[in-house]
Design a protein around this ligand. Sequence first.
Ligand SMILES: Cc1ncc(COP(=O)(O)O)c(C=O)c1O
Length: 414
Amino acid sequence: MSVSLPKDLRDSMRQALRRRELKSARRRLTVLSESSVDFSSNDFLSLSTSPAFRTRFLAHLQQAPAFYPFASGGSRLLDGNSTYAEDLEKFIADFHRAPNGLLFNSGFDANVGILSCVPQPGDVIVHDELIHASAREGMRLSRAGKRVKFAHSSPESLEEVLKSQIKADPLIANGTRNVFIVVESVYSMDGDIAPLREFLQVVDTLLPQGNGYFIVDEAHATGAFGPRGAGVVQELGVEDRIFIRVHTFGKALASHGAIVLCCSDTRDYLINYARSLIYTTALGFPFLACIRTAYELLSEGETKPLQRKLQQLIMYLRTRLGDLGSWDPSVFEVDHFPGSPIFSLRSPLPRQLAATCQKQGFIVRAIMAPTVPSGKERVRVCLHAGNTMEQIDGLVDTVQQWLNQATEKRVARL
Ligand SMILES: Cc1ncc(COP(=O)(O)O)c(C=O)c1O
């Protein structure tokens, strides 16, 4: 048997990759040196290298009764369920002040599962234009009548879109047809926080029958934002107003998987209809123990000092980047939402800037279109509780040197 491709298929794959190459959009797997300083990963609290996390996690594994299988052995609906998984769901739901929780193997699976099955035929999904690819995938599979986007984090745009949907369909106005509003609480690329209160107000005013349902993805907020890292929804105290919250464990929680927080009817419905839950092997015990470890640390307040440290570093980097002075925005611009660990260093040459930082031992990534809109390419810098002020100084000095050199080259070309 041959694993080589038939010529036609190989040629068309190679052409597609070449097209990406020409647009500087070809993706590659990279492994950066372990001794480099992490200014890139989503390990916001640095829990993945925390000795406290490791010790507690290993204790959970060691204390497990001998009859605990390490692998789940099947789908949650067959042999993959356990008392441990159900207890963990209750523990996490209580922490988030939610009625129920349902674990998924990833945030991707959770978003695909929810959006592909919860909106019913004829319902409308209204989503932020920058919503994550996993939500887009769920919407692609959805039976909803319409998917309409609104301008990023704009309550005015949400209002306009809702008004036009209401005008077009009297069943929305009389409450017969549902509208699902899909947003993230913190966005991965710009690090900005969604104006959830303003969104709620728009929906309360325009859909007084109560047929507007919020689905909020808290992937980037989990662990890093809100009381004990419980997220933005809890920070605002609006958990009773949100139909579904998704918290993922692969970022600040140093784990893997996600939980969908919802009412018991929705949980039941997902168990019956979410194909990304039904047709996959459930998380095994070591993964569940890892998630439990993270939530124990959150609920016991152990991660609060890390959240505080992260905020101090955010203030420090913000100030230091301010020292770089103001540049012509066509050359360099810093975008930062106050309080967010994610910074954007916008430049027309993000790959060069990222490469210079990487050479100095700082892991940062150039983010190119189509991941961000064309013209908004940037170097994404992400802070972690484990970073130090010296590391930040080193990064900012490197950026400063690169800017000086880039400017000298520009002047020399004139
Ligand atoms: C906003 C958002 N939602 C969902 C996901 C997917 O989560 P996971 O990595 O657990 O699949 C991500 C991760 O990239 C994300 O950024």
